[in-house]
Design a protein around this ligand. Structure first.
Ligand code: SAM
Length: 214
């Protein structure tokens, strides 16, 4: 099937399943060509609602999971967003599409993924700053962030990331076990620097490794 038609069908499925709730997230899914971010051998599965291998034992998450995370992240144009775990670069480009004139920085710890993805993001013309490093330490230079989105399973919200979050900002992560299930959790930073948390649904992500990860 032609990618454009498959993308349309995926969006219809995500809408009817209640995964996409907002116009902004819908438009991002309609605009960003997922087939460009998956390895060539999986291109024909780009629009199936499944996670796919991207090399180095890592995955691009299933579209429904990505949609849920984007919706709970409550993104609007103009926000400064830090993503931890660039992976394929697909989610970073969806975020960039939504925040428009805002800023998106994404950190990846595996060099081969970082190099491959940087090129893909550039080819797609999305405004994303990509960084190679340990995302659990954040990226102080770009702080404070309105949103910090961790796309790997975290034991808890890393302290440096909480520090780099703006007051009223939100940090989003699958929080829980290294393998098996985690709970998608959103923390909102209060005036006193503490977090008020909301727990959404169960999910299964590859682990967040690093100084403040597993
Ligand atoms: N957002 C990605 C996408 O759109 O394809 C999917 C991310 S994949 C589920 C998780 C990624 O987090 C992997 O690429 C992994 O290497 C990365 N990761 C794990 N620990 C990290 C860390 N401390 N800093 C940066 N990236 C990390």
């Amino acid at each position: 099937m032609e990618p454009d038609k498959a993308r349309r069908q995926l969006v219809d499925y995500l809408l009817s399943g209640g995964y996409i709730l907002s116009r902004r997230v819908q438009e991002a899914f309609e605009s960003v060509p997922r087939e460009k971010f998956v390895p060539e051998e999986y291109e024909n599965k780009s629009y199936n609602d499944i996670p796919l291998p991207i090399g180095e034992g890592q995955t691009i998450s299933a579209p429904s999971m990505i949609a849920i995370m984007l919706e709970v992240s409550d993104l609007v144009p103009g926000l400064r967003v830090l993503e931890i775990g660039t992976g394929s670069g697909y989610n970073a480009c969806l975020i960039a599409n939504i925040v428009g004139d805002g800023f998106v920085t994404s950190i990846e710890r595996i060099e081969s993924l970082f190099l491959r993805t940087r090129q893909i993001i550039e080819n797609c013309g999305q405004k994303v700053i990509t960084i190679l490093g340990d995302g659990t330490l954040g990226w102080e230079k770009g702080a404070p962030y309105d949103r910090i989105i961790i796309t790997a399973a975290a034991p808890n919200f890393p302290q440096p990331l909480i520090q780099q979050l703006a007051c009223g900002g939100k940090i989003i992560a699958p929080v829980g076990a290294r393998s098996g299930l985690q709970m998608l959790t959103v923390g909102t930073k209060l005036k006193d620097g503490s977090l008020s948390t909301n727990v959404y649904c169960a999910c299964a992500f590859v682990p967040l490794l690093g100084t403040h990860g597993f």
